[in-house]
Design a protein. Structure first.
Length: 127
């Protein structure tokens, strides 16, 4: 499907036991894998610690199947955890999946928390 494309390619995978197919999923011919992490409590992170993740990553930091609005500190902590194993220039922070299961107010609040947490982490990286 992506053969010969002159564009960045991305695929989204969610709600699976990624560690069972890792590192084989790195062979998917895309530039970025977008993965849910918050709903699974960052379980896949341990597999990445053992075998380097070589692609860009879309890193899901808020659970789209929960009405709970995560706090900025929780989301910032998740971001810092992924930055321990993947350099910042290859991490793209986003919700686990689409926000269509949330109300508009919940979706906006979750996106606001993501933006605030990213800002905090970026400020810390700059020193």
């Amino acid at each position: 499907v992506v053969d010969g494309l002159k564009a960045k390619t991305i695929t989204h995978l969610c709600y699976g036991t990624f560690e069972k197919i890792y590192p084989k999923i790195l062979e998917i011919p895309v530039d970025r894998l977008d993965l849910e992490f918050s709903n699974s409590q960052l379980n896949f992170l341990e597999a990445i610690r053992k075998y380097p993740f070589t692609k860009e990553m879309g890193f899901g930091v808020v659970d789209v199947h929960s009405h709970v609005i995560e706090d900025k500190e929780t989301v910032a902590k998740r971001i810092r955890e992924i930055l321990e194993v993947i350099p910042p220039e290859r991490v793209y922070v986003d919700p686990d999946c689409g926000l269509k299961t949330r109300t508009v107010d919940e979706a906006v609040a979750k996106l606001r928390v993501i933006a605030e947490a990213v800002g905090e982490v970026r400020a810390g990286l700059r020193g």
